[in-house]
Ligand binder design. Structure first.
Ligand code: COA
Ligand code: AMP
Length: 615
């Protein structure tokens, strides 16, 4: 058994303006509050502390952008100066304690600078992933009601330049809430038109700005809101607090990832996802590492050797990415021939998360790299790993298919339908006995009731992860599937419910269902089934084309919604429940049982012929 963490002791490793005297306020479950009476600041812990302790000249942030051919490095002192100036620019726009700032930016240093500047002021950032379209952005603007939005003229995808500004303008037009200011980074690849009176260019805003000091905030002050997909189309605004995040993330850098201050840590993800928040920005900086911001892909920028080039060039110690990235590399370079062109001697371990890691991919990575390859499991809600092979505490044997054991701080329990603890290795709901450790979510933005209902009502006393799985005799956890309508496309968490809302809004559609089906590269892909309204006589292919375009336009390209079929009816039980799980099994070529309560077995056969993949 691994020793429990002494969270009060760990709290002594961070900087406090006023140290807490109490560890946990558990008087109002499930609203637990860690370190309730402390005063701290996340930006101080990420930057000022290190400069004060003599780390000012060390690289804090390295930007590597194969898609633009540019890059640069910021020392801790330089990053501190840029962040303090950005905080001053935000303050000049009226941003203060508790105000929200929405960040809709590509993988540029300014995105990190903006996040840290918010933390410096005690303002609450909400980063929206660049692959989301205007409608999704508008929903988040309405919910977070930001005073200021930070954005850029464009993002660069390998095949195209994505003009962010028109997407932002459209989102603001759609939204009921209007920000008072947008600060827009003009990138050389594309110039954005600025709206007089509302928009300011990043360079103008920074040029006039005063450096701003850190504002001490109470421990439980929100550090950020990060929207994530749930069962319905309405995203959930996960709220993380300040002190818990600092303590837990700092602890995880050494205990889980086994990196020391000064080492280079690279999370090849995007700042718009939780991995980006925790392990591109906050975790590595809290612990005095050098973090890498990579604007590129594992393949195609320029080839499947891109990761190896970056590892050699910056002497990366630990790499963290999603299994899909390794599947993409393997597909293009099955023998890892390109790896031989680089010296990967600095790399100590590879961590994979974001989706289930198939043993085949894990074994391939391990064979090619000859280092520990660690699958670990966590979620936007938890903010840091629930299960992992904690290399900094006690490395365990790697069991492909399992993210190893519960990390200290998490008491993972499998429950059956009745809420009874499952003691053998049968599959049930993966839950965590309360309280959750520091650094996990404290509520959903403006939605305390939804927080309680969505996560804590089915199994009182436990947090419901939404994943199903089992625990073996050695305590290894196996995460097998989601229990809701969330799917994982290339490590990106998406809601089939949100896609169904878009399909249902098409004037010719009477009924629809979207399911996630297995894909060899991206893990899962969405597949839509639509039933047309009576009397619709248009060409089916036109309707399908419109629907595919509409998902791209409303949710974004990241949904990769490209498969859609017109069917006569949807298969349902007699009580009207759509048999999504059965259809998913058919599409995945998995064994399935036709429920006795099916209302029309023939329709399932028809659909099966459509969606079963051909060999
Ligand atoms: N801004 C705008 N568009 C974006 C975007 C962004 N930030 N990120 C992705 N997109 C677009 C892509 O251009 C693509 O558009 P297209 O349909 O015009 O080609 C679409 O969204 C799908 O993108 P993606 O899923 O990235 O697919 P891909 O084929 O371009 O790349 C992988 C496939 C596997 C290489 C890529 O998904 C990858 O590197 N994944 C790593 C996973 C990851 O970072 N996960 C985060 C959690 S750890
Ligand atoms: P996100 O909130 O985007 O990080 O997505 C979290 C979800 O991704 C989890 O609830 C799981 O469904 C899935 N996931 C993440 N990591 C793993 C993993 N290592 N193994 C299995 N599923 C994972």
């Amino acid at each position: 058994m691994t020793k429990p963490v002494d969270w009060m002791q760990e709290a002594r490793n961070i900087h406090w303006f006023e140290a807490p005297t109490r560890l946990l306020d558990d008087s109002n479950p499930p609203f637990y509050r860690w370190y309730p009476d402390g005063l701290t600041n996340a930006c101080y812990n990420a930057l000022d502390l290190h400069v004060a302790k003599g780390r000012g000249d060390q690289a804090a942030l390295i930007v590597d952008s194969p898609v633009t051919g540019r890059g640069r490095s910021y020392s801790y002192a330089e990053l501190l100066e840029s962040v303090a100036r950005c905080a001053g620019a935000l303050a000049a726009q009226g941003v203060g304690l508790g105000d929200r700032v929405l960040i809709y930016m590509p993988m540029v240093a300014e995105a990190v600078i903006g996040m840290l500047a918010c933390a410096r002021l005690g303002a609450v950032h909400s980063v929206v992933f660049g692959g989301f379209a205007s409608n999704e952005l508008a929903v988040r603007i309405n919910d977070a009601t930001p005073r200021v939005i930070l954005s850029a003229s464009c993002g660069i995808e390998p095949t195209r330049t994505v003009a962010y500004k028109p997407l932002l303008d459209a989102a603001i037009d759609l939204a009921v809430h209007k920000p008072s200011t947008c600060i827009v980074l003009q990138r050389p690849e594309l110039h954005a038109d600025l709206l007089k009176g509302r928009d300011i260019s990043w360079s103008d805003a920074m040029a006039d700005a005063q450096m701003h000091a850190c504002v001490p905030v109470p421990s439980n002050h929100p550090l950020y809101i990060l929207y994530t997909s749930g069962t319905t189309g309405e995203p959930k605004g996960v709220v993380r607090d300040t002190a818990g995040s600092i303590v837990a993330l700092k602890w995880s850098m050494k205990s889980i990832y086994n990196v020391e201050p000064g080492e280079v840590f690279w999370a090849a993800s995007d700042v718009g996802w939780v991995v980006g928040h925790s392990y591109i920005v906050y975790g590595p900086l809290f612990s005095g590492n050098t973090t890498l911001l990579y604007e590129g892909k594992p393949v195609g920028t320029p080839d499947a050797g891109a990761f190896w080039r970056v590892i050699e060039q910056y002497q990366v110690s630990v790499l963290f990415t999603a299994p899909t990235a390794f599947r993409a590399i393997r597909k293009e370079d099955p023998q890892a021939g390109l790896m031989k062109n680089y010296d990967l001697g600095s790399l100590k371990s590879l961590f994979l998360a974001g989706e289930r890691c198939d043993p085949d991919t894990l074994n391939w990575a391990q064979e090619q790299l000859s280092i520990p390859v660690i699958d670990h499991w966590w979620q936007t809600e938890t903010g840091w790993p629930i299960c992992a092979n904690c290399l900094g505490i006690e490395p365990l044997p790697v069991v492909p298919g399992s993210p190893a054991r519960a990390v200290p701080g998490y008491d993972v329990v499998v429950l059956d339908e009745q809420g009874e603890v499952v003691t053998d290795d049968s599959i049930g709901a993966l839950t965590i006995r309360l309280p959750l450790p520091p650094g996990t979510f404290t509520t959903l933005w403006n939605a305390d009731e939804r927080y309680q209902k969505a996560y804590f009502s089915r199994f009182p006393g436990y947090y419901e992860t939404g994943d199903a799985g089992y625990i073996d005799e050695q305590g290894y956890v196996f995460v097998m599937a989601r229990t809701d309508d969330v799917i994982n496309v290339a490590g990106h968490r998406l809601s089939t419910g949100a896609m169904e809302e878009v399909l249902a809004a098409h004037p010719d559609v009477a009924e629809c269902a979207v399911i996630g089906v297995a894909d060899a590269l991206k893990g899962q892909l969405p597949l839509g089934l639509i039933v047309l309204s009576d009397g619709v006589e248009r060409d089916y292919s036109d309707i399908v084309t419109e629907i595919i375009a509409s998902v791209r336009e409303n949710i974004g390209p990241v949904a990769v919604f490209k498969q859609c079929y017109v069917v006569k009816r949807l298969p349902k039980t007699r009580s009207g429940k759509i048999l999504r799980a059965t259809m998913r099994s058919i599409a995945d070529k998995q064994p399935y049982r036709v429920p006795a309560t099916i209302d029309d077995p023939a329709i399932l056969e028809e659909i099966s012929a459509l969606i079963t993949p051909r060999d």
